[in-house]
Design a protein around this ligand. Structure first.
Ligand SMILES: Cc1cc2nc3c(=O)[nH]c(=O)nc-3n(C[C@H](O)[C@H](O)[C@H](O)COP(=O)(O)OP(=O)(O)OC[C@H]3O[C@@H](n4cnc5c(N)ncnc54)[C@H](O)[C@@H]3O)c2cc1C
Length: 465
């Protein structure tokens, strides 16, 4: 940003130490976890109070500056890549207080920059449970989780971030404070602005406080690893578990390529010769756990599981679960470019989707490791490539188009949890229709008439509001 007066104005509001104008500092905020071209912003600012956040947005609005809020930048859809060299990136790591943790009424009030796992730990210290556990939980922020409606390993039984957002305070595009939802279990006062804001990817407002629901933890759990010779039998087992009306808390899938890569990285004792693995956990009342665990084992055996290994301790389970969380970083070590997709299908279509991904990998001669939240029908086919190899990369692009066509053709969706951002906006009309895109754009233009909040995401190219 060349306007020195404006930089001084931000420094006056936020303190000099919270305004980063040097090229090297700005470059660090030019990209996120999606493999997309970086854009260096004009300025990076770090408010440390709600009031500072409001002033920051007001100043951006006054000068028509595009503004991208950034939690930890772990999103996989380009949601925090600035829209232009004029953009102001607003980092939330200075807004990281747990304001209230209410064990009597089972809720907490947090600022958006609180790290997900730190919050879950704080809740656990009070004997309470915050279930959403994205694989990135030790780094991601609650604000980023809400804006992407993040899921996690426990999504199948406990739901996703949306299911835990009771209310929030956020600033609109002019910096005005808006209040949505409440600390009560029920609240139907006015429009459901809270639900509108969840998953809004920084396009409609900036959260300053979030009210999150907490629940009592389950008293018993049993975790197991079911080992299969083929991906087909593992995916049939997932469909059968759900069809038998059993909802485990975790039901994760890893194919052989992912198993071998993760084992090489974590040394958790995964069976490297397995065609596929299911990591399964049931929890609840002890009697229910025993009953459901027995049924799950039986269904896995009926679907040709060659071995079922029950975790004998919390440590043993944690090691295997961590290995699953390592899937993306482990795969990412193999090639310069990692493209992780998020195609999601109705659970009965999981076997069909897995075969389609296998066929697409063969057709385009690509390495695709597949893992994911199988119980949610949410797969992460991960393509390992090198973007500099233009011939291979054109095959990658064609494969991605086909993966999404396959998911939509099976009644699925473009994104189960990673959001649309920049990465998937070109496919949005395929899932919805033109009228839906226009309707969403009208909503955006009413709530953000100057189009300053994270412009260019969700609906189209970078210049498209
Ligand atoms: C290894 C790895 C594993 C992952 N596993 C999962 C997983 O299991 N499940 C899953 O759902 N995702 C997963 N992700 C994706 C990612 O971690 C999530 O999308 C997460 O919610 C992003 O949090 P963040 O703090 O990094 O947000 P950022 O990436 O910084 O931002 C994400 C979006 O939120 C917006 N935003 C941030 N703060 C605010 C605010 N205060 N107000 C308004 N908008 C805001 C940003 O503008 C942006 O659009 C994974 C990513 C990695 C790298």
């Amino acid at each position: 940003m060349t306007n020195k007066n404006l930089i001084s104005e931000f420094a006056r509001i936020l303190g000099k130490e919270n305004v980063m104008a040097e090229e090297a500092d700005r470059q660090a905020y030019s990209y996120d976890s999606a493999m997309l071209p970086p854009v260096v912003p004009g300025l990076v600012v770090r408010p440390t109070s709600s009031q500072q956040l409001s002033h920051t947005i007001r100043l951006c609005s006054l000068h028509g500056l595009p503004l991208t809020v950034r939690g930890s930048g772990t999103n996989l859809s380009g949601g925090t890549i600035p829209s232009s060299s004029e953009s102001v990136v607003v980092v939330t790591n200075g807004l990281n207080r747990i304001i209230e943790l209410n064990a009597r009424d089972l809720y907490a009030v947090v600022e958006p920059g609180v790290i997900t796992a730190d919050f879950a730990k704080a809740a656990a210290m009070k004997g309470l449970f915050y279930p959403p556990d994205p694989g990135s939980q030790t780094v991601s922020t609650l604000g980023g989780n809400v804006a992407e409606n993040a899921g996690g390993l426990r999504g199948l039984k406990y739901g996703v971030t949306r299911d835990y957002v009771m209310g929030m305070e956020f600033f609109d595009a002019g910096g005005e404070l808006i209040k949505a939802g409440s600390k009560t279990v029920k609240c139907v006062s006015g429009f459901n602005l809270c639900d509108l804001m969840v998953g809004s990817e920084g396009l409609l407002g900036v959260y300053s406080q979030i009210i999150l629901k907490l629940i009592p933890p389950p008293v018993a759990q049993q975790a197991m690893m079911a080992i299969f010779d083929t991906v087909e039998s593992a995916s049939e087992a997932v469909s059968a578990i759900i069809a038998n009306r059993i909802i485990p808390c975790t039901l994760e899938f890893l194919d052989n390529f992912t198993i071998r890569t993760v084992e090489d990285f974590r040394h958790a004792g995964l069976p490297v010769d397995a065609g596929a693995l299911l990591l399964i956990e049931v929890d609840g009342h002890p009697a229910q756990v025993e009953d459901e665990a027995a049924k799950v084992k039986e269904i896995c055996r009926q679907n040709q599981a060659k071995k079922i290994q029950v975790a004998q301790s919390v440590e043993e389970k944690e090691l295997i679960w961590q290995a699953r969380r390592d899937a993306l970083p482990a795969l990412a070590r193999l090639k310069p470019t990692t493209i992780l997709e998020d195609a999601t299908v109705p659970r009965s279509q999981l076997p069909a989707m897995i075969s389609r991904i296998k066929a697409i990998a063969e057709k385009y001669r690509l390495i695709i490791g597949t893992f994911g939240h199988a119980g949610d029908g949410n797969l992460h086919p991960t393509i390992l490539t090198d973007k500099r190899d233009t011939e291979e990369y054109s095959r990658v692009e064609a494969a991605i188009d086909e993966i999404f066509d396959a998911a939509l053709g099976l009644g699925g969706t473009l994104s189960g949890e990673h959001g649309i951002g920049l990465a998937k906006c070109k496919y949005m009309e395929n899932e919805t229709n033109r009228a839906t895109i226009e309707y969403s754009k009208r909503l955006k233009s009413v709530l953000d008439p100057k189009n300053i909040l994270n412009p260019g995401k969700m609906f189209g190219g970078r210049d498209d509001g």
